[in-house]
Design a binder for this molecule. Structure first.
Ligand SMILES: [Zn+2]
Length: 278
């Protein structure tokens, strides 16, 4: 494949549509098709591969996204660092709509998602991945996190440094009881896509960090009707320009692939996983 990128952004056309010379690249993977083509464009001195997480036209709900294919496809074009914007609900009253959170922890409350490449199941080419158990104590790349925090600050947007993202299966939003329970655990925001993206990235030795925009106060933190999809889309739409600026400045701050010094780049600890990574 001739089209190569260094940085991946998992987010839709709102992030790349204004770039000049965007190249659409179709990637096949052993896990089936990713959510969409990759859209490659240049910004901040890096070539960036944008992948619409829910597909063009937003036809894939969170629980039907082929997360393994998405991460494999990004690695296939050369991506080694990913920044993943997403919409989340705030679990604390002070994290209202428009708050930007750069989480440093996550809790997996998903139910039916394939979340490992190394499960011993043969690939179509006959190769068999070993069963591996990777270290995941710190699920996000600290280099990526700091780049996003600095970028936000430079735009006068004081992002929340750290916090726990609870990832639910969806596609429905939480009940009030669930939401109150999540908040009582001390978790900060709730989303539907942050996992297994994070762990699959780590399994492929990719840097991954999240840029979580609060679009609503989840069902437990407010007394009103609860969250609606319209509300989420409206608030995300109102903030996408700001998020895009932060994202692009963060991309500019990321190191070159060969200069990565974080633990993500050696997550397999030199073990051969039994399959050839792209
Ligand atoms: Zn990293």
């Amino acid at each position: 494949m001739s089209e190569q990128a260094e940085i991946g952004v998992i987010g839709g056309s709102g992030f790349y549509s204004f770039l000049d010379d965007v190249t659409e690249v179709t990637v096949e993977t052993p896990y089936g098709p990713p959510s969409d083509s990759l859209f490659l464009g240049k910004t901040g001195g890096h070539t960036v591969a944008f992948l619409p997480r829910h597909g063009r036209g937003h036809h894939l709900p969170p629980h039907r996204i082929n997360y393994r294919a998405n991460m494999w496809a990004l690695r296939s074009v050369g991506v080694r660092q990913i920044i993943a914007p997403c919409a989340v609900g705030g679990l604390k009253p002070e994290y209202g709509p428009g708050t930007l959170v750069v989480p440093d922890q996550l809790v997996d409350r998903t139910k039916h998602r394939r979340q490992s490449f190394y499960d011993g199941e043969p690939l179509p080419d006959g190769s068999i991945p070993d069963v591996l158990h990777i270290t995941f104590a710190d699920p996000y790349c600290e280099t990526g996190r700091q780049a996003s925090l600095r970028a936000a600050r430079s735009h006068g947007w004081e992002a929340v440094d750290g916090g726990t993202m609870c990832v639910i299966e969806g596609p429905r939003f939480s009940t009030r009881a669930e939401s109150r329970w999540h908040a009582a655990q001390g978790w900060d925001v709730v989303g539907m896509t942050g996992h297994p993206e994070a762990v699959l990235a780590r399994e492929l030795e990719l840097c991954y960090s999240s840029l979580a925009l609060v679009t609503d106060l989840d069902a437990g933190a407010e007394a009103g009707e609860g969250v609606s999809h319209e509300e989420v889309l409206r608030v995300f739409g109102e903030n996408i320009e700001r998020v895009r600026k932060v994202l692009f400045d963060a991309v500019r701050e990321l190191p070159a692939t060969e200069e990565r010094g974080c633990c993500c780049s050696t997550a397999l600890g030199g073990q051969h996983p039994g399959i050839t990574l792209p």
